[in-house]
Design a protein around this ligand. Structure first.
Ligand code: NI
Length: 181
């Protein structure tokens, strides 16, 4: 297994739409394991392939609480089929914009299809933090970051501050206790 470098905003690869995984083979399974190790090491609760510079529709996540057993998940070619009309707003962050958090409203529950690591089609419902994280990661596959859900003014203010603090001072702090996808 390997820990891979995570791309940081404004890397242009974060804005590209990823392509479907054509075949779920050993290369993809190894990539999934490496992505999980990279995510746990960060530490984060989700990671999408474009964040490590791979333009494939694939993501990993584990949103279990600290006192629960880990539940590492690898989702290939995920598609959100349905979403609840109920919206929940909560603080969100991203491993590609370290230290920046903002409130984002998202549907509370979603139904998703995806291929598992055996290449078998699965359908599953996700809710709560799992649903939020999964939507955040699917956004990455579409070249979208969580700040794209904010108003233009708010996004500009936050990203300008991020560029100043992270890229100029390399501030290492993650000020909030938000768990970061
Ligand atoms: Ni992210």
């Amino acid at each position: 297994m390997a820990i891979l470098p995570i791309l940081i905003y404004p890397d242009s690869k974060l804005k590209k739409v990823a392509c479907d995984v054509p075949d779920v083979d050993d290369t993809i399974r190894t990539l999934g394991r490496d992505m999980l190790e990279t995510m746990y090491n960060a530490p984060g609760i989700g990671l999408a392939a474009p964040q490590i510079g791979v333009g494939l529709r694939m993501l990993v996540m584990d949103c279990t609480a600290h006192d629960e057993d880990p539940d590492p998940r690898i989702l290939i070619n995920p598609v959100i089929l349905e979403q609840s009309s109920e919206i929940e707003t909560d603080s969100e962050g991203c491993l590609s914009i370290p230290g920046l958090t903002a409130d984002v409203g998202r549907p509370c529950a979603i139904g998703v299809s995806f291929l598992d690591v055996e290449g078998v089609m699965q359908k599953e419902q996700f809710e709560g933090l799992w649903a939020r994280c999964l939507q955040h990661e699917v956004d990455h596959l579409d070249g979208k970051l969580f700040v794209d859900h904010l108003s233009r003014l708010k996004r500009q203010v936050l990203l300008r501050r991020f560029m100043r603090e992270y890229h100029q001072n390399r501030a290492q702090s993650r000020p909030s206790g938000v768990r970061t996808p």
